[in-house]
Design a protein around this ligand. Structure first.
Ligand code: ARG
Length: 460
């Protein structure tokens, strides 16, 4: 059994079962870069403050540089007995540079060290997720621009409701993903404080320059309470919550892609490169990518629940339970990034069947509201107009025709407010074009929405 870095007060080695059980190196080795970066900043500051000799600080930093290169080159094998990434690196450092390596951990605990590493890690991952969302939004805006006039039925209760355009529908998702970006930026802003100097829980007696370390590591400041500095995982939970919302948005979108690519809708056709076949049924072309993203949403919700539950009821400050934060967080990061990476090109390459969409908008009395609006504009109260048109729809259902198919006499029989211009007023194109209200589906309103979304994309 190997000698532990913390082995001084022990008379016996750790049981092998315990060693395997509580080791986190299998998954926290992912944090090696952040760990080394943090250690370098810490060592430099220790030297500058005269807490250790400047020459020692330099030797430590050089040693860490070498370890970083070797890890990246795959030349290092981590040791389960050294528990986690923090102690593995410290152990290798000491093997390489001798006793000087043992000075690195002065005025530091793994508790503030791990809190630092996760913050550094998540800060980068948030930036990447943010950029992936920007790519998706840009793709949606391009597709929307090409479909400003692509009329389709809008639904409520998955029943045809009113005509809209594909551009307008896509712009709804732009809003969602834009809020997701905002949430991520907000999470990054809150997490961007250095916990180093919190020590195990009660700070340290050494004259650290916390701000210098924070500055070197690109933080906006330092955490303000040493207990909170080591025991806060809010940022990881916030990320998982934001990621859950993104997954929820993706999942709703995927559900629509799945519906739209079904033979019953046939609104779109996915590119062959983003669909898969069946091992038995030769004719099949399935929207597996969309289904898988829909399915993976559950994982990210699970990650969020896992983190919330791990943190629930933990007394201050650090508790080993918190080691369980990493796998959930990593999984949420990997899943949301992976889904965004495949979703965007799937949308960019899908073929829109404009005619089917438009025909869909013609059925189902999607212009019934417009008939009622027509009457209301001629002075009939809306409630009364609603009643009149409801009766007209019933008549049409019985005759098996659309509102546009009714003879003018039929219109007049229902209300003498109808003029010949009713036919023109209830063309689906007209119904869409007249909805110019800001945020509405009229091509000119959507054009403005696209311009605004593009401006936002540039700003952030
Ligand atoms: N591997 C630990 C974690 O991920 C590092 C902190 C350990 N601290 C301790 N006092 N056991 O949480």
């Amino acid at each position: 059994m190997s000698k532990k870095l913390w082995g001084g007060r022990f008379q016996k080695g750790t049981d092998k079962v315990v060693e395997d059980f509580h080791s986190s190196i299998s998954f926290d080795q992912r944090l090696y870069k952040q760990d080394i970066r943090g250690s370098m900043a810490h060592a430099r500051m220790l030297g500058q403050q005269g807490i250790i000799a400047e020459t020692d600080a330099r030797a430590i930093i050089a040693g860490l540089e070498g370890i970083l290169i070797d890890i990246e080159a795959g030349r290092i094998e981590f040791d389960v007995a050294a528990e986690d990434i923090h102690m593995n690196i410290e152990k290798i450092l000491t093997e390489r540079i001798g006793d000087i390596g043992k000075k690195l951990h002065t005025a530091r605990s793994r508790n503030d060290q791990v809190a630092l590493d996760i913050r550094l890690y998540l800060r980068d991952e948030i930036a990447e997720t943010h950029a992936l969302l920007a790519d998706l939004i840009a793709t949606l805006l391009d597709t929307a621009e090409a479909n400003l006039d692509t009329i389709m039925p809008g639904y409520t209760h998955l029943q045809k409701a009113q005509p809209i355009t594909l551009a307008h529908h896509l712009l709804a998702y732009v809003q969602m993903f834009d809020r997701d970006r905002d949430r991520l930026a907000d999470c990054a802003r809150r997490l961007n404080r250095s916990p180093l100097g919190s020590g195990a829980l009660a700070g340290t007696t050494f004259p650290l320059d916390r701000l210098a370390v924070a500055k070197e590591l690109g933080f906006d400041g330092i955490t303000e309470n040493s207990l909170d500095g080591v025991s806060d995982r809010d940022f990881a939970i916030e990320f998982c919550a934001a990621a859950s919302l993104t997954m929820m948005h993706l999942s709703r979108f995927c559900e629509e892609i799945i519906l739209w690519s079904s033979q019953e809708f046939a609104f779109i056709e996915l590119d062959d490169a983003y669909s898969t076949g069946s091992s038995m049924m030769p004719q099949k072309k399935n929207p597996d990518v969309a289904e898988l993203i829909r399915g993976k949403t559950g994982r990210v919700y699970g990650d969020l629940m896992a983190l919330l539950t791990v943190m629930k009821s933990l007394p201050l400050a650090y508790n080993k339970d918190m080691q369980e934060d990493k796998e959930s967080l990593f999984d949420a990061v990997d899943t949301v990034k992976g889904c965004l990476t495949v979703f965007t090109p799937m949308i960019a390459t899908m073929r829109v069947r404009r005619e089917t969409m438009k025909n869909g908008a013609r059925g189902g009395f999607t212009n019934a509201t417009d008939v009622a609006d027509y009457l209301a504009k001629k002075g009939v109260s809306f409630r009364e107009a609603h009643e009149i048109v409801g009766k007209m729809v019933l008549l049409c259902v019985q005759k098996g025709v659309a509102l546009d198919d009714l003879a003018f006499d039929d219109f007049r029989a229902c209300s003498d407010a109808f003029g010949e211009d009713i036919y023109e007023a209830i063309q689906v194109e007209r119904c869409v074009a007249d909805r110019k209200v800001p945020g509405g589906p009229a091509p000119e309103a959507v054009k403005e929405a696209i311009a605004q979304a593009r401006r936002r994309l540039k700003e952030q």
